[in-house]
Write a protein that binds this ligand. Structure first.
Ligand code: CP
Length: 309
């Protein structure tokens, strides 16, 4: 079995580790496997969220509780921790390390998870660092693709929307390099195109990809549509945001043009880019995807704590 300690970015995952996590996540889908290992009964996970979250924070909370461990933390660390008094992230992490066995952190700054890990004495899990990465989202995205489509090798995946600020796209792109014969279509307006550093990594790893502004061009060729929210809060100006608003909407008309076996994923929350009329279609897999976050995070906590034994 492989082990993990810090979870900082998607590039640190290899195929063997991913497959072990998927197998463990699948085991976690059965409630009979919850809350059975006394090892967790005295373990504490702290969640430090300097940015808003519903799914990531609560699914991590739920995951640790379901394993039998305990959870503490703050959903608004920017306001309700001593950060507001001027304490540095490094000092906060040094202190919280002494109270916890694992820290799950979301922060506004790219690279914050690495900074935290450099002073932590327990594993740090990056739950999103600004417009940087969201590696645990990529884990649940891939687990969902495998469940929905049977395998990941050989698939064509269209990532749509805000590819510049959308950290889930960066992590998912990196993690997909572990699979064979992948083709990625990046669909976005020019002002939120994929950052060059992600493009270069895919080139280095020999992953086939293409960039376009036209979703209809790639619709028929895609096995997975990975829709994303335009990250309004990260734009330098409202004018810049308006150039992208409403550009790609998955609605009933688009569904009619889609293949019957193409699935729709979205890391959520959505902000109008998937119409609610799509939700009842069996190809709409995004709520099942969010549920998978619980199982994969149970598997991930298990692996991180095992590495710390
Ligand atoms: N997908 C995701 O990160 O959702 P939250 O922002 O609600 O955690």
């Amino acid at each position: 079995m492989t082990s993990l300690y810090h979870v900082l970015g998607a590039k640190q995952f290899d195929r063997v580790t991913l497959e072990e996590l998927f197998t463990a996540a699948s085991r976690m889908e059965d409630p009979k496997n919850w809350n059975r290992n006394p090892y967790y009964f005295n373990k504490i996970m702290t969640t430090l969220f300097f940015e808003a979250s519903t799914r990531t924070r609560l699914s991590f909370d739920s995951a640790m509780n379901r394993l039998g461990g305990r959870v503490m933390g703050t959903e608004n660390a920017a306001q309700f921790s001593s950060t507001i008094k001027g304490e540095t992230l490094e000092d906060t992490i040094r202190i919280v390390s002494g109270y916890s066995d694992v820290i799950v952190m979301r922060h506004t700054d790219i690279g914050a998870a690495e900074r935290a890990a450099s002073v932590a004495s327990v594993p740090i899990i990056n739950a999103g660092d600004g417009a940087g990465e969201h590696p645990t989202q990529a884990l649940l995205d891939l687990y969902s693709i495998q469940k929905e489509r049977g395998s990941i090798d050989g698939l064509s995946i269209a990532m749509i929307g805000d590819l510049a600020y959308g950290r889930t796209v960066h992590s998912l792109s990196y993690m997909l390099t572990n699979f064979k014969d992948i083709k990625i279509y990046f669909v976005s307006p020019e002002n939120v195109a994929l950052p060059p550093y992600v493009r270069h990594y895919l080139e280095e790893k020999g992953v086939a990809f293409a960039e376009t502004e036209n979703l209809m061009e790639v619709l028929e060729k895609s096995d997975v549509l990975y829709q994303t929210r335009i990250q309004k809060e990260r734009f330098p100006s409202v004018e810049e945001y308006r150039k992208t608003e409403g550009r790609y909407i998955i609605d009933r008309d688009l569904l009619a043009s889609m293949r019957k076996d193409t699935i729709i994923l979205h890391p959520l929350p959505r902000a109008g880019e998937i119409s609610v009329e799509v939700d009842q279609d069996p190809r709409a897999a995004y709520f099942r995807q969010a549920q998978n976050g619980l199982y994969i995070r149970m598997a991930l906590i298990e692996k991180c704590l095992a590495g710390n034994r």
